[in-house]
Design a binder for this molecule. Sequence first.
Ligand SMILES: [Zn+2]
Length: 223
Amino acid sequence: MVERIVCGNVNCYIVGKRGSCSLVDTATEKYFDRICRRASELGVKLIVLTHCHYDHVAGAARLADALKVPIAVNSADIPFLFNYEYVRMEADTFTGRAMLWMSRRNIKRRIPAFSPSVELCDKLDLTAFGAEGEAYALPGHTPGSMGVYYDGALIAGDAVSNIFTACRAKSYYDKEAADASYRRITEDERITTIYPGHGRPIYVKRDRPAMIPVNKSDEKAYL
Ligand SMILES: [Zn+2]
């Protein structure tokens, strides 16, 4: 099961089997009720943060408290909790620069403090924490960007964007790393659907030479 919870322009996901699943990203506190209700119904055991940008993690503290579950994150992103300018973000397209400009005020907001207790690293098996799936390193958008792989699905955080078209992270601190992470996803033949941090899921068509992601139309999301 992958359930998308649409929180404004950010997606959170509940991934795994009912009773042994993780909540991937938490959006902001504004969406607390909606996420908390669904996470309780589905039996979330772990909160996984794809990266520590305000719009993805500001709700983490309150949700971890309410659900009584640990928070998993890659430690390379921890400095964002204390210093929003930890790394300088850049973009190479008009849309990317426009989005960066629009998110500048949000990025500067202070993230409510939380204490992560699980260090995410590549291929970390989440069953050890009661949730199905494994961690998937995707550095580039931020130094500690991570995804979650589960049964053909990749929750990609901001390593993949699907705002207008499906593409590599529109903004990044390290373009080469972001390109390499995107390449890793497109070359991983296990992945059939990519779930981005912003925008609709992407179905990966493997019968085309370039493996062009296309919009998946039959997705059910929790709105
Ligand atoms: Zn981000």
